[in-house]
Design a binder for this molecule. Structure first.
Ligand SMILES: *Cc1c(COP(=O)(O)O)cnc(C)c1O
Length: 361
């Protein structure tokens, strides 16, 4: 079997070892005579999976004890609404850093719930950079400050985070969670859909400081209240059990490779290959994101014209590359190099970029 060079933006590559292990356990999980999908979420075997997902997440990401780790459904998009439902207090606007398509979606949802302010925006630079920390104005008394640590579509990433004092800092880390070590204590809450860096779609991780869990008003419907899920250890209702199980396998895979710091080094090695190929092409390839904001997860770049870009995608597909077409909002090309994308795929891509330039330069 030939594995594709998978550069999909999401759902995205999952480590081959993880897929194979899941395959081995698919029909009969630990001698239960059934798959993980067929058993009660109240059974000891599934509780083991649920606990392991949480324990590994805490261990690998260095999550302090005063934070809850929740496994929810509805994707990161549901968090765009759930977060302000729980944390946006009347008279205390929620501040948002506007950095691109995903931040915009989060802002749109928060506006349905309460008052928002824009703490910084890079719209005038077509979102091709992240704001510097000094550009971010945190209003005193804000309910929270929300940012998108990695803008998956534009290909920009925060490389450091603002100090927000008493205002909780909230991050959408859907496309870079566990790709690098983070000081969790800087954050009030972090959320991420699993389908980019953690496993399959269907589960969303929320890491939230305990005092913020309690803030949610009792008038919020139960499923949308963080407290409901925190109290029930993410087993209030039927969880996406297969997706959570897959996340545990991905977390074990990260652990076996040395942990998150090792992942970051690996990601740096991978993206350096591709950014170098762009920068050393004499302008044949042009990176979209400004260099200081370049993402280690989504590399956006362009060719001289759209005709060439189409040609690039067509030829790359013939050679087994998948997912290199840029998002329709930005156009051009995008290579997503999440944790599970092997170095070999990135080497193959840079080789293809060099060959393509020779043939069409
Ligand atoms: C993919 C993505 C989302 C949306 O996630 P869903 O799980 O599809 O709702 C939100 N934010 C960012 C940064 C993303 O990359």
């Amino acid at each position: 079997m030939a594995r594709a060079y998978n550069f999909n933006a999401g759902p995205a590559a999952i480590p081959l070892e993880v897929l194979q292990q899941a395959q081995e356990q698919f029909v009969d999980y630990h001698g239960a005579g059934m798959s993980i999908m067929e058993m009660s979420h109240r059974s000891p075997l599934y509780e083991g999976v649920n606990n392991e997902a949480q324990t590994l997440m805490r261990e690998l990401f260095g999550i302090p004890d005063n934070y809850k780790v929740l496994f929810l459904q509805g994707g990161a998009s549901t968090q765009f609404a759930m977060l302000p439902m729980n944390l946006l207090r009347p008279g205390h606007p929620a501040a948002y850093v506007q950095t691109g398509a995903w931040a915009d979606k989060a802002i749109k949802e928060a506006k349905l719930i309460g008052d928002t302010v824009i703490a910084a925006s890079t719209a005038s630079d077509s979102f091709m950079r992240m704001p510097s920390l000094s550009e971010i104005e945190v209003p005193a008394g804000a309910s929270y400050l929300h940012l998108t640590s990695n803008e998956t579509i534009g290909g920009t990433q925060f490389h450091e985070f603002p100090s927000t004092g008493d205002v909780p800092l909230i991050a959408d880390m859907s496309s870079d969670i566990l790709s690098r070590p983070i000081d969790i204590s800087q954050f009030g809450a972090i959320y991420a859909g699993a389908q980019k860096n953690l496993g399959p779609s269907g589960v969303t991780v929320v890491i939230i400081r305990e005092d913020l869990v309690k803030e949610g008003s009792k008038s919020i419907p139960a499923m949308f209240r963080y407290e409901t899920h925190a109290k029930a250890d993410s087993l209030y209702n039927t969880p996406p059990s297969f997706a959570v199980y897959m996340v545990t396998l991905v977390l074990k895979w990260i652990k076996a490779r040395g942990g998150v710091a090792q992942m970051e080094q690996y990601n740096r090695d991978k993206t350096k290959l591709i950014y170098d190929a762009i920068d050393q092409s004499g302008g044949y390839y042009r990176g979209c994101a400004q260099p200081q904001s370049r993402s280690l997860m989504n590399i956006t770049f362009r060719l001289g014209n759209e005709e060439l870009e189409k040609q690039f995608i067509k030829e790359s597909e013939q050679l087994g590359f998948v997912g290199l077409k840029g998002h329709r909002d930005v156009g051009g090309l995008r290579a997503s190099t999440y944790n599970a994308v092997p170095l070999e795929s990135c080497q193959a891509l840079t080789q293809f970029m060099t060959d393509f330039q020779k043939r069409n330069g």
